[in-house]
Design a protein around this ligand. Structure first.
Ligand code: SAH
Ligand code: SF4
Ligand code: F3S
Length: 471
């Protein structure tokens, strides 16, 4: 039994990370032949990609995957801690599973992902969910086969959660959701410790994967016919800082671009580490997509300071405009939090005015959610829930107007779209994403799935574009 400990999770001792390869112990190979698994993924791309690894490991153990949890032999929840509603969703699901387990005690139930790393969550599970089979953390999910079997052998709840990161495990098997687009981890964890955020506690200290391993993965993906890679990290711009003196995100982007993979995306970028060299490289290589997610969080300097974001509104805007000027057709999206403790009407107005200046193409907006163990938990929060909701609606109204306005400018233009498949609703209609990451629904008489094709844009909506394939 290993339980998460926040004090340890916060610690900053420099570790030497070992790299090891994954090898499924033959005793687990096909041990569960004929058994089914329901895997539910909450949260961000990081979790989605972890689930692609978890799925492949379980497949090697013999599991097949099904869509209905009611019919599964193993139910595994890959969870997210970022806001309270993510917690509520997972605990709501556990409530439903409890009933199922009462009528079918043989089902195995496990939790992995970020919630597993939280002291409050594991304590609650030990106290109120003793019927569960296992909890495994983000730093050791590759150990799932052993933990799962141990819970079966001992018929008891196993909690195996390490507070700090373990070895790097390369060569983990992966069963990717898409055959055209792939996620590639480049940096794990986060050292920014924004005061509201739980990620540094659930994902550990910042550590970069070796450039050779990343480039090999991209080259292999290209050989397999993948058309797009998304380089993943909580703050990709910090890439290399913990590993190299003279190799950073700019150099990595350039090397990935030189592999010739048709499309490269990366997320997420913290404005603080966004270098001029990165802007130059993005502008230079047509296969680096001109679509950048640049979370601002707030337009008020007072709130940015309390959030520990390390930049001012003015510095953010300077960076924003530099990108727009230097990267051809650059599209920028963002994340915004409203109702941070102590946010005044004036602070909120500063966020609105920043949005009016940036006229974002896309944005995710959230009401602040207090996370146990973060520094912001201790701040006095005197903004009422009603007021926070009002601000969110007002912000969204403003944002939506710009999404539509930006999309309308694309009507009559031809965009290159990576077609992902047929529209679930309409016959002869496909969907895919443009270089600037716009969702495009389009008519086509040809089968275009898995191809990058030109589409004439004929209509604009707030969150998508409609068009027809150019013959
Ligand atoms: N690493 C990314 C963010 C990952 S979390 C970055 O720094 O940009 C995604 C978004 O969730 C954040 O950008 C933030 O807007 C939001 N978020 C994080 N913690 C939150 C909290 N406690 N309450 C509300 N929103 C939060
Ligand atoms: Fe969280 Fe800040 Fe790290 Fe993003 S940069 S993951 S918001 S601590
Ligand atoms: Fe959620 Fe963890 Fe991602 S908290 S947003 S799943 S890193």
């Amino acid at each position: 039994m290993h339980l998460p400990n926040y004090k340890e999770a916060r610690s900053f001792d420099k570790k030497d990370y070992q790299v090891r390869t994954f090898q499924l112990d033959p005793v687990y190979q096909n041990k569960f032949q004929g058994k089914t698994c329901y895997l539910k993924t909450y949260g961000c791309q990081m979790n989605e990609h972890d689930s692609e690894n978890i799925k492949a490991i379980l497949e090697e153990m013999g599991f097949t995957f099904i869509e209905r949890y009611q019919d599964a032999d193993l139910i595994l929840l890959n969870t997210c801690s970022i806001r309270e509603n993510a917690h509520n969703k997972a605990f709501g699901m556990l409530g439903r599973i409890k009933h199922l387990k009462e009528s079918r005690p043989s089902i195995l139930v496990g939790m992995c992902g970020c919630m597993a790393q939280e002291e409050v969550v594991t304590n609650k599970i030990l106290k109120d969910y003793p019927w569960m089979n296992f909890v495994i953390g983000t730093h050791n999910f590759y150990d799932l086969p052993r933990v799962l079997c141990q819970s079966l052998d001992t018929n008891s709840l196993q909690v195996e959660v390490y507070s700090r990161e373990q070895d790097f495990v390369e060569d983990m098997p992966v069963d990717r959701v898409s055959h055209y687009k792939a996620y590639v981890n480049i940096i794990y964890g986060c050292d920014k410790f924004c005061t509201y955020c739980i990620v540094p506690y659930t994902r550990g200290r910042q550590r970069s994967r070796k450039k050779e391993d990343i480039l090999k993965e991209v080259v292999d993906l290209k050989k397999e016919g993948y058309l797009e890679v998304t380089l993943l990290g909580q703050n990709v711009n910090a890439y290399g800082k913990d590993l190299y003196d003279d190799y950073s995100m700019a150099e990595l982007l350039e090397d990935v671009a030189k592999t010739g993979i048709p499309r490269i995306r990366f997320m997420t970028s913290h404005p603080w580490d966004f270098s001029d060299k990165m802007i130059e490289v993005i502008a230079k290589y047509p296969n680096i997509m001109p679509s950048i997610h640049l979370p601002v969080q707030s337009g008020s300097n007072a709130i940015l300071k309390k959030m520990g974001r390390r930049y001012t509104r003015e510095e953010y805007l300077t960076l924003f405009h530099k990108m727009k000027e230097q990267i051809p057709h650059c599209v920028i999206s963002t994340d915004i939090i409203v109702g941070f403790p102590g946010e005044t009407e004036e602070d909120f107005k500063d966020t609105l005015s920043l949005v009016q200046e940036c006229r974002y193409d896309n944005a995710f907006s959230f009401i602040y959610s207090k996370r146990v163990g973060t520094p912001a938990e201790k701040l006095k929060d005197d903004v009422t829930k009603k007021e926070k909701e009002k601000r969110l609606y007002q912000l969204n109204d403003e944002l939506n107007q710009f999404f539509l306005e930006n999309n309308q400018k694309l009507v009559g233009k031809v965009l290159m779209v990576l077609a992902e498949g047929k529209s679930p609703k309409k016959k002869d209609q496909y969907f895919g994403y443009s270089e600037t990451n716009k969702l495009v629904n389009f008519k086509s008489n040809q089968e275009v799935t898995g191809k990058i094709v030109p589409v004439l844009i004929e209509d604009a909506k707030t969150w998508s574009l409609d068009g027809t394939l150019c013959e």
